[in-house]
Design a protein. Structure first.
Length: 248
């Protein structure tokens, strides 16, 4: 059995209660829920929530929720708690603040786990220098076998010889990738992963996938041309609102 589980935490330091923030009259979390329903109706989807207000908003629209503890260190820990009730063999972790997730992305994640990966995620090419320098946009370096070498909020790989002068053209033709925060796990690996203590690099970068890498586990990566809009700040919400206006 494969399932999509969306960890949905109400608290957010950069954007308080962002999942309930209304964009064009609709809470962000409902934009995400409706998107998942439209692109992957064949896969059961659940929202792992930590607050009754999120639970109520989702249930009112007919979406499935599972109440989870408030004290999880990461979305992956919340995911694992939810799957204790769901019992899926393959878990796809969609994000509650990514309203433009694509059908092809969901399919790619499931395919990597079905092909033997324990943990998988996605990346896309950077096109703009400003995005590459933005610490809110996570970078990933990928080896020749499609495995992650490292994730960071810093601009990696570092252009030693011409860092101050590189432009959008250099960024677009170089092997630099933005991590897309969608994951898939085998159920056994997910349970094991969440039994590990928070790692040192995970704590520094605030990137939970580093917990797996610090403990010697591989993360498979597939690149995608589908561009999403992650909502991390009120400004991002305005960008998504403008996207909706331009694509109505």
């Amino acid at each position: 059995m494969i399932a999509i589980i969306v960890p949905a935490r109400l608290a957010s330091s950069r954007f308080p209660q962002k999942l309930l923030h209304r964009i064009k009259g609709k809470p962000l979390v409902i934009w995400v829920a409706e998107r998942l329903k439209s692109i992957a109706p064949e896969i059961p989807t659940y929202f792992a929530v930590d607050d009754l207000s999120l639970d109520a908003v989702l249930r009112e629209k007919g979406f499935k929720t599972i109440m989870t503890r408030k004290d999880h260190q990461s979305g992956t820990d919340r995911l694992a708690e939810a799957n204790e009730s769901i019992g899926a063999d393959i878990v796809i972790n969609a994000q509650a603040d990514e309203p433009l997730v694509a059908k092809e992305q969901i399919a790619a994640l499931g395919r990597m786990i079905q092909s033997g990966a324990n943990m998988a995620t996605l990346a896309t090419k950077f096109e703009k220098r400003s995005d590459f320098l933005d610490p809110n946009q996570v970078k990933v370096v990928i080896n020749e076998k499609g495995k992650a070498l490292y994730f960071s909020r810093s601009p990696i790989p570092y252009n030693r010889d011409d860092f101050d002068q590189f432009d959008d053209t250099w960024v677009s033709v170089s092997p630099i990738y933005r991590h897309i925060g969608l994951y898939a796990y085998s159920a056994d690996f997910l349970k094991m992963f969440c039994s590990l203590p928070q790692s040192k690099l995970e704590s520094i970068e605030k990137l939970e996938q580093l917990r797996a890498m610090e403990n010697g586990y591989e993360i498979s990566i597939e690149t995608t041309d589908n561009v999403s809009i992650g909502i991390d700040t009120p400004e991002d919400a305005k960008v998504f609102g403008a996207y909706l206006e331009n694509n109505s």
